[in-house]
Design a protein around this ligand. Structure first.
Ligand SMILES: *[C@@H]1O[C@H](CO)[C@@H](O)[C@H](O)[C@H]1NC(C)=O
Length: 276
């Protein structure tokens, strides 16, 4: 490409980034009660609300992606959020062979820890949870939650801390061919979210509100452009220090690991559990 058109492209890309920072909601369709506003710094904030009558609220990306780096800043529900689930996930659909990558926040009674559930589904098998208590109050302020999905691994990050890497093995199912829609949703997960369903939603605490801002997607769009070079997400693997933060999170904050749940897998743990 000629140097001049490259320079022009750079200008256009810079402009697109500014536009997406201020009005990223345009990249989504919405369900349920969704409110938008701007915070003190001029950033667009989108709030999902849940009350007894409204049903689930959510955002669904208009584009579908096949690999990418995705993040949101989220401020979770204040006070009693038991029974609610706020999340950010990629999904190829609702069929029995779907692929999915989840970051789900399971609410709790006031003052009790919110649990972050990370999960990967490949070909409809989604029993691969790693769950963590967070080391801060996720309702007090915005924190950045990131999913990096590339052909070698799926990485989960909280602020600047990697907490999980899900590796691909050539002989095991891995999300690699089905384009996924990105969703951000808030729903009533009373039947499982808090202490395995013991604490349902208390509608007296409604409306429940979760706020999202700073949507970021550096991704391959299905059937379109693939901006894979920038930031190196396409080739990203954890380095030694980053593997160290994964071990730190596992040692100090992990509350569930499917690879340690023999009761759930009487025929033996999933194959990747015994791989390096
Ligand atoms: C809620 O709080 C209880 C008590 O501290 C804790 O055992 C549980 O892991 C917390 N999270 C969920 C999602 O139940």
């Amino acid at each position: 490409m000629a140097r001049r058109s490259l320079a022009l492209l750079a200008v256009v890309l810079a402009y697109l980034q500014v536009v997406s920072a201020t009005s990223w909601l345009r990249q989504f369709t919405t369900d349920g009660t969704v409110r938008k506003g701007y915070d003190a710094s001029g950033q667009q904030v989108v709030m999902l609300k849940l009350d007894r009558n409204s049903g689930a609220a959510g955002l669904n990306s208009k584009q579908q992606y096949l690999y990418g780096e995705f993040s949101f800043e989220m401020k979770l529900i204040r006070g009693n959020s038991a029974g609610t689930v706020s999340c950010f996930y990629l999904s190829s659909g609702t069929d029995d062979w779907r692929d999915e990558i989840d970051m789900e926040f399971m609410g709790n009674s006031s003052g009790q820890p919110v649990v972050l559930n990370t999960n990967v589904w490949a070909n409809g098998d989604g029993k691969k949870e790693h769950q963590f208590n967070l080391w801060f109050d996720p309702s007090a302020d915005y924190h950045t939650y990131t999913i990096i999905w590339n052909p070698t691994n799926i990485l989960f990050k909280v602020d600047n801390v990697f907490i999980r890497s899900f590796k691909r093995y050539a002989d095991l199912p891995y999300p690699s061919s089905k384009p996924m829609t990105l969703h951000a949703t808030l729903w009533d997960g009373s039947y499982w979210a808090t202490e395995k369903g013991k604490i349902p939603i208390d509608w007296n605490s409604a409306p429940f509100v979760v706020s999202y801002r700073s949507f970021y997607a550096n991704a391959c769009v299905a059937g379109g452009a693939c901006n894979a070079g920038r930031g190196g997400w396409m080739r990203k693997r954890l380095n030694g220090a980053e593997l160290g933060t994964v071990r730190w999170a596992e040692r100090n904050y992990m509350r569930y690991n499917y690879c340690q749940d023999g009761w759930r897998f009487p025929q033996g743990l999933p194959a990747e559990c015994s791989r390096k």
